[in-house]
Write a protein that binds this ligand. Structure first.
Ligand code: NAP
Length: 255
């Protein structure tokens, strides 16, 4: 029984990944996490997400295949509760793949004073939460790895990570903020790859490309790829990752 979890599945790349993962017959459980179900607004968006999943393999035999779990990646209690719920879903088979996708993507100015709260907020979601989440889900990943030989963490990054990006984009105003948080996330990839190798938990950083994730039809989005053009090859890549990619930064062939 193979189980996969994607964070930040309420919209954009996370939602695209979750929708396509539901069509993969070999996956028994697709766990899509959303930041909050508490407010009326988010309950509505939750219902909208569930609606979008309709007809896309929501059931696996007599069991549900799609599981929507609340997970605010910046809230410790939420992370712990989500791990408990996921443990109930996957049982003794453990969690095979954890996709750290939730992210804050807005750019903050370089030459103006940036409110500390905004800086820290982005840093918390993009750079520190993935470690806290990986820690909390480690026992479930270990369980899957001990049964099947390996488990996988996939960190969704940005092409700003390779060092040549900084050299080729000297005027990128986002370099101190978004970019730096993703570089830190990539550092986490290399560190976990070393530290958890003996648990057979692999970790890989993946670049989804530049993706049109603004859902407003009128939005003038200059990005290259539609959500489907990014997430179908991204999903295929995640499902085919081997030991060779442990600790690495990988792009899909489309880019
Ligand atoms: N779009 C691109 O071109 C591109 C390129 C490279 C990398 N990426 C990366 O890909 C990932 C997804 O990006 P996207 O373009 O799909 O962005 P998006 O449309 O803005 O979606 C971001 C997702 O992250 C979730 N999120 C934000 N804060 C959260 C929190 N505290 N707890 C839980 N979930 C939270 C959001 O959930 P809520 O709405 O429920 O808060 C949403 O589902 C990000 O990590 C981004 O950095 C994107």
């Amino acid at each position: 029984m193979t189980s996969i979890l994607v964070t930040g599945a309420s919209c954009g790349i996370g939602l695209g990944l979750a929708r396509h993962l539901l069509t993969v017959p070999s996956l028994a459980n697709v766990i899509a996490t959303v930041s909050t179900l508490e407010s009326a607004e988010t309950i509505l968006s939750y219902a909208k997400v569930a609606d979008l999943f309709k007809g896309l393999g929501m059931v696996n035999g007599s069991r549900p295949k799609l599981h929507i779990v609340q997970l605010d990646v910046t809230n410790e209690e939420s992370i712990t509760n989500a791990a408990k719920k996921v443990s109930d879903i996957v049982g003794e088979n453990g969690l095979d793949i954890l996709i750290n996708n939730a992210g804050v993507t807005h750019e903050l100015p370089f030459n103006e004073p940036i409110p500390m709260e905004k800086l820290l907020g982005m840093w918390q979601v993009n750079a520190t939460a993935p470690l806290r989440i990986a820690n909390e889900f480690r026992p479930l990943l270990k369980k899957a790895a001990s049964l099947k030989g390996s488990a996988q963490i996939a960190n969704v990054l940005h092409n700003c990570v390779p060092p040549e990006y900084a050299k080729n984009h000297p005027n990128d105003a986002s370099y101190t903020t978004y970019t730096k948080s993703k570089v830190a996330m990539n550092n986490l990839t290399t560190k976990i790859a070393e530290e958890w190798n003996e648990d057979k938990i692999r970790v890989t950083s993946l670049d989804p490309g530049w993706v049109k994730t603004d859902p407003r039809p009128e939005a003038a989005d200059p990005a290259d790829l539609t959500v489907d053009e990014s997430t179908i090859p991204l999903m295929e890549l995640i499902l085919s990752l081997t030991e060779d990619y442990n600790g690495k930064f990988v792009k899909t062939e489309l880019q």
